[in-house]
Design a protein around this ligand. Structure first.
Ligand SMILES: Cc1cc2nc3c(=O)[nH]c(=O)nc-3n(C[C@H](O)[C@H](O)[C@H](O)COP(=O)(O)OP(=O)(O)OC[C@H]3O[C@@H](n4cnc5c(N)ncnc54)[C@H](O)[C@@H]3O)c2cc1C
Length: 465
């Protein structure tokens, strides 16, 4: 490891100032920077000048103050599980990794809150809540690697949005450091606080462009004692939409997941080399994983019997144990199987459920016209109007990427959808922001950016130029 004493001479001004101001071992160079992965599911490594790994808010503040004074760009990184190139760096950037700010400072069972540093992994937060009889409801497939700072910075969604909302709905307060090093403490501990602007919302979903989130107050819930879970096979999209309304009513507000897999995705994750067993035959057009946290097994049984009677579903399998529940979720979470067909383009779009069937058909038709052998593995948090596509067309050159992106994004304009349901914009969706946000919205976003980061040092070039 090359640390402070070996700062290469061409990096001098910024490197020298950081080395002088921060504790030994905090500022890293060379291999420690260039051996860093560019992100999950990527084989390349990052190019950047310096890696700073602070342990305290004060160290984050010092880093930003120095970089701001010297006009040095800074890219904040959490667990690098983001999927839209929002934490990617340029060779001249300084990386600010929050990985060592990973302390759970407090769990308050009475208030059902937690105070955490932003480098804590989501899983460590879920486990700390559970140890006190609580539940932190945010849940994503990347839970073991993603950090709560990254979750807040991307306003992450995940598996339980239909019931508990997105990350935004689970953050009561936060502490953030502005580009000039100012620490804004907005560590509100209450559910209600309408005294003036709610400043946390500037930072939630801002993808590291407005400030660095260092700590947060999280809202937990009581642990549920039962989580009935089943998977159903369904023939038509109309039945699928009606089944969503049916289970939402039948579970009286306890529906917590409605995860749909199209037939091609289901086949992929239940066929070798995938290790999953198929719980239902492969002949249905749609498979839906339903979970109702807090509902009773009786409600579950009734909901299913009624759905079968009303011909909303063709078949179903109920998880009879925690192992079986995890097996059903294992199918939904085994997205990495799509890389059997690499190169693959991943998408995360949002639209009204009433437009979904036509939209998917349109995307597939356009893809087929340009790439007759294309595959589009489709799944999504359908209860939230959120679809994921994993599209393989046999190549990933610029022309192919543009055609595929146009096929997916352009139809969203006419149906008032969004190019990003939950992953953010980063670099990847920047060219398409104008399709789904008005000129006045983008202008205001830029004004906010300029007022909080006038020198444009924080994650420059992400979301918009
Ligand atoms: C298998 C898998 C499943 C996934 N499922 C979902 C899902 O269901 N829902 C969903 O929303 N996403 C999902 N994702 C995407 C990803 O996990 C989320 O975007 C996650 O919130 C990113 O967290 P991270 O710590 O990895 O952030 P990073 O990837 O490191 O960074 C993401 C962005 O946040 C910024 N950032 C990170 N930390 C901070 C901080 N402390 N302060 C300010 N800015 C910061 C970065 O600059 C960057 O712009 C999934 C990814 C994978 C690989």
């Amino acid at each position: 490891m090359k640390t402070q004493s070996t700062a290469p001479s061409h990096l001098r001004p910024v490197a020298k100032a950081l080395v002088k101001a921060l504790p030994e071992g905090t500022v890293l160079f060379d291999d420690d920077v260039t051996s860093r992965s560019a992100g999950i599911w990527r084989t390349d490594t990052l190019k950047a000048r310096i890696l700073v790994k602070p342990r305290t808010t004060e160290e984050v503040s010092t880093t930003l103050r120095i970089c701001n004074e010297l006009g040095q760009s800074v890219v904040t990184q959490g667990g690098l599980t983001g999927l839209v190139e929002s934490a990617i760096t340029q060779p001249d950037d300084v990386i600010l990794s929050l990985a060592l700010m990973n302390q759970i400072e407090a769990v308050q069972p009475l208030e059902r809150t937690m105070i955490v540093q932003s480098g804590c992994t989501l899983q460590s937060i879920q486990e700390a809540a559970e140890a006190q009889g609580l539940m932190f409801p945010l849940d994503l497939g990347s839970r073991g690697s993603c950090t709560i700072g990254g979750n807040i910075a991307t306003n992450a969604g995940g598996n339980r949005v239909i019931r508990y909302g997105m990350a935004r709905d689970m953050v009561l307060g936060l502490e953030a450091v502005l580009a000039d090093g100012t620490v804004v403490s907005s560590m509100n501990l209450m559910i209600k606080n309408n005294a003036g602007y709610d400043l946390k919302h500037y930072f939630i979903g801002s993808e590291g462009t407005l400030g660095v989130i260092t700590r947060a107050v999280l809202r937990c819930r009581e642990q549920v004692t039962s989580s009935p879970t089943f998977m159903a096979g369904i023939d038509t999209f109309d039945q699928l939409s009606r089944f969503l309304k049916h289970v939402d009513r039948a579970f009286s507000g306890n529906l917590s997941a409605f995860e749909v897999m199209w037939n091609d995705y289901y086949k992929l994750v239940t066929t070798p080399p995938s290790l999953n067993q198929a719980p239902l035959p492969e002949n249905y057009n749609y498979y839906v994983l339903v979970e109702a946290m807090g509902a009773s097994e009786e409600q579950n049984q009734q909901a299913l019997e009624q759905a079968l009677e009303e011909d909303l579903i063709a078949d179903a399998v109920i998880a009879q144990s925690e192992t079986q529940r995890l097996q059903l979720w294992g199918l939904r979470d085994d997205v990495a199987q799509v890389f059997q067909f690499a190169p693959v383009f991943l998408f995360d779009v949002s639209l009204r459920i009433s437009c979904m069937q036509d939209y998917v058909e349109k995307v597939n038709k356009t893809l087929q016209s340009s790439f007759p052998d294309s595959k589009n593995f489709t799944l999504g948090h359908m209860g939230d109007g959120n679809l994921h596509f994993a599209i393989s067309v046999g190549r990933d050159d610029t022309q192919a990427r543009k055609l595929v992106e146009a096929a997916v994004y352009e139809p969203l304009k006419d149906i008032a959808g969004s190019v990003s349901a939950e992953h953010g914009v980063g670099l990847e969706k920047k060219p398409y922001l104008h399709l789904v946000r008005s000129q006045s919205e983008i202008r205001l976003m830029k004004q906010v950016k300029h007022s909080l980061d006038p020198n444009g040092i924080l994650n420059p070039g992400k979301i918009f130029d």
